[in-house]
Design a protein around this ligand. Structure first.
Ligand SMILES: [Zn+2]
Ligand SMILES: [Zn+2]
Length: 142
């Protein structure tokens, strides 16, 4: 999502545009991916020095409520992310990094196993090795 789109989705949900909110949006733009509230706070504070942790939590909640970002629980933490497409989040058991795994939403929505059920959204957390750790491990085994 572009900066302007984040701002639009806040406006659409009747949220005010404050320097702190812009600070968080700028961070999301620089660093799309997966992040905890703590990550956002540490990084935004470098620019918006007066921002508090409570404000960061508030901005993330507001962005989530307006549909600009999404969140999930993994590894005992709440993660926020900018990828709104249906996908799986692979949590690396070695380095803790989270990588997106693209999945075909149609194959899940139209699975015969679903019967009459209707899937509208899904959060899929997978555990294993990220591409970097998997590569290192296969090199080590040679
Ligand atoms: Zn890894
Ligand atoms: Zn993801």
């Amino acid at each position: 999502m572009k900066k302007e789109e984040y701002i639009q989705s806040l406006k659409k949900s009747k949220y005010k545009i404050t320097p702190q909110r812009i600070g968080v949006i700028d961070y999301l733009n620089r660093q799309p991916g997966h992040f905890t509230a703590e990550d956002v706070y540490r990084n935004v504070k470098k620019v918006e020095t007066t921002i508090t942790q409570a404000t960061v939590y508030n901005v993330l909640r507001v962005l989530k409520n307006s549909g600009a970002i999404t969140s999930f629980e993994a590894d005992g933490q709440t993660w926020f992310e900018t990828n709104l497409e249906f996908h799986g989040n692979l949590v690396c058991r070695k380095c803790g990094k989270i990588e997106d795994v693209q999945l075909d939403p149609q194959s899940i929505k139209t699975s015969e196993l679903l019967g009459d059920r209707k899937i509208e959204s899904a959060t899929l957390i997978m555990s294993g090795l990220c591409s970097e750790c998997a590569r290192k491990e296969s090199l080590g085994n040679q």
